[in-house]
Design a protein around this ligand. Structure first.
Ligand code: FDA
Length: 314
């Protein structure tokens, strides 16, 4: 119930204005967001990389309503990619791992625009992929709510013709995802598996946590048995343990763990220190509201922390 209410609040623009303009203490946003601008996000990334972690950066912003706004997002990714390059963060260790990555929401680059939204998003994502290739970075297409899944996978297919290292995201809470994992478990295919962060109807998604976790394990098995490059995005201690066990059992070393900036940082470090590739998702930018609300919905215990921040003057 609380999760549904928080996710509904995440899409409420009046509330967004109130919360965004409230004297939110800097610490609340700072805990989950890598910075207000790309400079701060680069600095956060530099610190993570210095500790043996890798990064994927997300320029916050979704629900783009016109082409100019979509162009601004593409330009922001261009600025970010150049800054990553200048900071020496795009040099890779070879193969698909360890290079800096950027995560892109197709809704931010025009997917929801009336008429030709998918085509506009494809062209804009292509511009970001071209820029990423020039500087030696990779791109991941974030996955949004289920109404966008087919369109996002269609854009992915097109992009991969020219940019085969473009990564997909699949959400274990969707009933369809085990099949999508099978389709995408081919050589060179980078796939991030997460549980899923949106409020989905029972007609398309598992609604019990246990069923989502079971689905995650089934999808994990498909990806580990396949020939692609799995990227397991979860903070769930039990799933992290199962990933480790299954990877050992199948002698798979070519995989990565992914976690969000500010969530279980000690665990991120522990896995990196144990020799695993760990990628931290670093969101940055002024439009942090929707992102932060989804993190609160995952863990309502953070609500008290947030509420304290809202009433403080910091
Ligand atoms: P779950 O929510 O069950 O949490 C398990 C445990 O992790 C908790 O008990 C707690 O210990 C810890 N934890 C989890 N969330 C926390 C929080 N907010 N604060 C503190 N502790 C917390 N989703 C999506 O729909 N599309 C996408 O493209 C992506 N991309 C993505 C990238 C990366 C790198 C990650 C890690 C996650 C995503 N997600 C996502 C979000 C994902 O779908 C999911 O909502 C969150 O990762 C939370 O799910 P967990 O697997 O962590 O488990």
């Amino acid at each position: 119930m609380l999760r549904t209410a928080i996710l509904a609040a995440a899409r409420n623009h009046t509330l967004e204005r109130v919360v965004t303009n409230a004297p939110v203490s800097r610490s609340i946003v700072k805990r989950f967001v890598g910075g207000a601008g790309h400079e701060a996000a680069i600095e956060s990334s530099r610190e993570l990389v210095a500790r043996g972690l890798t990064v994927t950066l997300d320029h916050l912003g979704e629900d783009t309503t016109d082409r100019a706004q979509a162009d601004d997002v593409v330009a922001a990714y261009g600025t970010l990619l150049d800054a990553l390059h200048d900071a020496g963060l795009t040099q890779g260790l070879g193969g698909l791992t360890a290079r800096a990555d950027v995560s892109v929401k197709l809704s931010a680059v025009g997917q929801a625009l009336p008429r030709d939204g998918e085509q506009i998003a494809l062209e804009n994502a292509r511009r970001i992929c071209e820029h990423a290739r020039r500087v030696g970075a990779t791109v991941t297409l974030d996955m949004e709510d289920h109404t966008t899944t087919d369109s996002t996978l269609a854009v992915l297919r097109e992009l991969r013709l020219d940019f085969p290292d473009t990564a997909a995201v699949l959400q274990a809470y969707l009933l369809r995802t085990e099949g999508d994992c099978r389709d995408l478990a081919y050589v060179g295919s980078r796939v991030r598996l997460c549980k899923g962060a949106y409020d989905e109807p029972a007609s398309v998604a598992f609604d019990k946590r246990l069923d989502v976790d079971r689905s995650y394990v089934r999808c994990m098995n498909v990806l580990l048995a396949g020939e692609g490059y799995p990227m397991f995005a979860t903070h769930d201690p039990r799933l992290v343990e199962i990933i480790g066990e299954r990877a050992r059992a199948t002698s798979t070393t070519d995989l990565e763990y992914q976690m969000l900036y500010g969530i279980r940082p000690e665990e991120q470090q522990r896995l990196a220190d144990a020799g695993h590739t760990v990628r931290v998702y670093v969101p940055y930018g002024a439009q942090w509201y929707g992102y932060l609300m989804r993190r609160l919905a995952e863990r309502p215990a953070n609500m008290a922390f947030f509420a304290r921040g809202l009433v403080s003057k910091g």
